[in-house]
Design a protein around this ligand. Structure first.
Ligand code: ADP
Length: 430
């Protein structure tokens, strides 16, 4: 095609030159004949070029001006390309419109955030749930509009593995769950879902457990009180009853422990603020926890070793931390045979503050490890009944750590022993 046109262009030029030379020859001026012929040729090209530029700059999809030869072919090819382009653009626009219409119809808020954290686009639900207003909020930084400190910390930490569940800033009785995903070059897609109904159901469950535990506590205290009085009384008791009374007291105490643990868990769960920032002397706390552990071990003769850095101060709630570490040490005592070794260590490094409790006890099979912090989960229920455990200890530890932005790491080998390590971020170190 190209050679065909190139050939016809050269042919045309050749015949023009021949005609000009002949015309020049007729008047006796070949050179002038050629000059005039070539000038006409160039003038024609300039004219076509001007028409071409005018047509292109009109930017309307009008058909090109009628012309023949090479210029006609150029006009037509570009016109065909333009039409194909606009058909493709229309198709793409249709797809974009459909995607936007479907995201706009979503009941969840969808927000596109650029690499600098500024709002790019959002759907109707984002206006309803998050109060964004177009076009004023476009280009605003997301933390200028969502100012809850927990959201700001979540967004700035840039770690979106877990969703964030907080009260809505527009309606404090509503709950929103934020999920953020990275895409493109540093852009983020944020989805906010109204979880009020789920949250209320969950709240009802927590309140129910807390209320039942609370209501059962008083009658149980009375029962335990009478059982103690009966056993302590000077009046002779039938030996058959004596054993029964002992067992009743033991089981009532177990029930009391269970209720106390349930109440503690309910309190930890209900309070979704992160915990206060009060410096806690970890060395001193672990010392007293170790003493409690020795008292629990009593004549079982466990060796409890303590290796702590006396300078460590952790920002948090004294009672909660003490309860978490006690649970770990008491477990080590409960699940380590007599005269076993238990060590409690604390240290600080660039990664934060770490507290570990290790033992050379029964150990835990790998398939149980990920489930240990679930409520009432026990590796061996009969063994737990013997040790008087409630099955709530590690759930409490997990919640306390969550409230201190920490995490629990468990490693264990069956028959060799276990290590429970609490990791706290450096921001919690005082
Ligand atoms: P429990 O009150 O039954 O001890 P926890 O939540 O404290 O409940 O612990 C859950 C389960 O994890 C226990 O039943 C026990 O099987 C296992 N476990 C916890 N700590 C240890 C440990 N140091 N060594 C071996 N097993 C442990």
């Amino acid at each position: 095609m190209r050679t065909h046109f190139a050939g016809s262009v050269f042919k045309l030029l050749f015949w023009l030159l021949v005609a000009s030379a002949l015309a020049g020859l007729l008047v006796g001026e070949i050179a002038w004949g050629l000059v005039i012929g070539l000038s006409l040729y160039i003038a024609w090209h300039l004219r076509q070029m001007t028409r071409f530029v005018q047509w292109l700059s009109a930017q309307r999809n009008d058909p090109p001006p009628e012309t023949g030869g090479l210029w006609g072919e150029i006009f037509n090819s570009i016109y065909r390309m333009q039409r194909r382009d606009s058909r493709m653009r229309a198709k793409q626009q249709l797809v974009i419109d459909r995607i936007q219409a479907s995201t706009a119809a979503l009941s969840d808020a969808v927000v596109m955030i650029d690499a600098k954290g500024r709002l790019e686009w959002w759907n109707h639900a984002a206006e309803r749930l998050l109060g964004f207003r177009a076009p004023d909020d476009s280009g605003q930084h997301v933390t200028n509009l969502l100012r809850d400190p927990r959201f700001v910390a979540y967004f700035e930490a840039d770690n979106f593995r877990e969703p964030l569940d907080i009260a809505s800033h527009l309606n404090l009785s509503a709950r929103l769950q934020y999920t953020i995903t990275h895409y493109g070059q540093g852009e983020r897609l944020m989805v906010a879902r109204d979880t009020t109904r789920l949250h209320n159901l969950e709240q009802m469950r927590k309140d129910f457990v807390a209320n039942v535990s609370h209501e059962l506590r008083t009658p149980l205290t009375v029962v335990v009180g009478y059982l103690e009085t009966l056993q302590d009384s000077d009046e002779p008791i039938n030996p058959r009853w004596k054993r029964a009374l002992q067992q009743m007291e033991q089981q009532s105490r177990r029930m009391q422990n269970l209720l106390n643990d349930l109440l503690m868990l309910a309190r930890l769960e209900n309070d979704d603020r992160t915990v206060e920032h009060k410096p806690v002397d970890i060395g001193q706390m672990l010392n007293s926890v170790a003493q409690d552990g020795r008292a629990l071990s009593a004549d079982q003769g466990h060796q409890i070793r303590l290796e702590t850095d006396p300078k460590i101060r952790l920002l948090g709630a004294d009672a909660e931390l003490s309860s978490a570490f006690s649970n770990l040490v008491f477990n080590a005592v409960k699940y380590t045979p007599d005269r076993g070794e238990i060590s409690i260590c604390s240290w600080r490094d660039q990664g934060g503050v770490h507290i570990s409790v290790s033992d050379n006890g029964t150990g835990i099979a790998p398939q149980h490890i990920s489930r240990l912090t679930e409520r009432f989960y026990r590796v061996d229920s009969s063994r737990s009944t013997n040790t008087g455990g409630t099955g709530l200890g590690l759930a409490i530890v997990k919640h306390v750590l969550l409230r201190h932005e920490g995490r629990l790491e468990i490693s264990s080998t069956l028959g060799k022993g276990s290590v429970f390590t609490c990791h706290f971020p450096i921001s919690r170190s005082a």
